[in-house]
Write a protein that binds this ligand. Structure first.
Ligand code: FES
Length: 109
């Protein structure tokens, strides 16, 4: 019998709305937000050459992610409105382990 478990993600939009979504494993947070038209551009398609996939991880969840690489940190420095738990959405790939992740989409992307 196959498992029917589907990991979920919650986006908090710039206007404060919450959007709970099922995710397909293996898609990045950027791809999920882009497909759902939540205002994330992902201009470079995940090749760490833009910062238009900037998201802010809920501090309670930040420790669940692998730490950012130096390349991600360098590109994040260019993001507008950086916060302590800011990440690049294209570098966070959804998996069962990340079920329930809460991610804020910053204003002014
Ligand atoms: S999509 Fe360009 S750095 Fe993430």
């Amino acid at each position: 019998m196959g498992s029917t478990f589907v990991p979920k993600i919650t986006f908090i939009l710039p206007d404060g709305d919450r959007k709970d979504m099922d995710v397909r494993r293996g898609l990045s947070v950027m791809e999920i937000a882009r497909e759902a038209d939540l205002g994330i551009e992902g201009t470079c398609d995940g090749s760490l050459a833009c910062a238009t996939c900037h998201v802010v991880i809920d501090p309670a969840h930040a420790g669940r992610l692998k730490p950012a690489t130096d390349e991600e940190e360098d590109m994040l420095d260019l993001a507008f409105g950086l916060r302590p738990t800011s990440r690049l959405g294209c570098q966070i790939v959804m998996s069962d382990e990340l079920d329930g992740l809460v991610v804020t989409i910053p204003e002014g992307l």
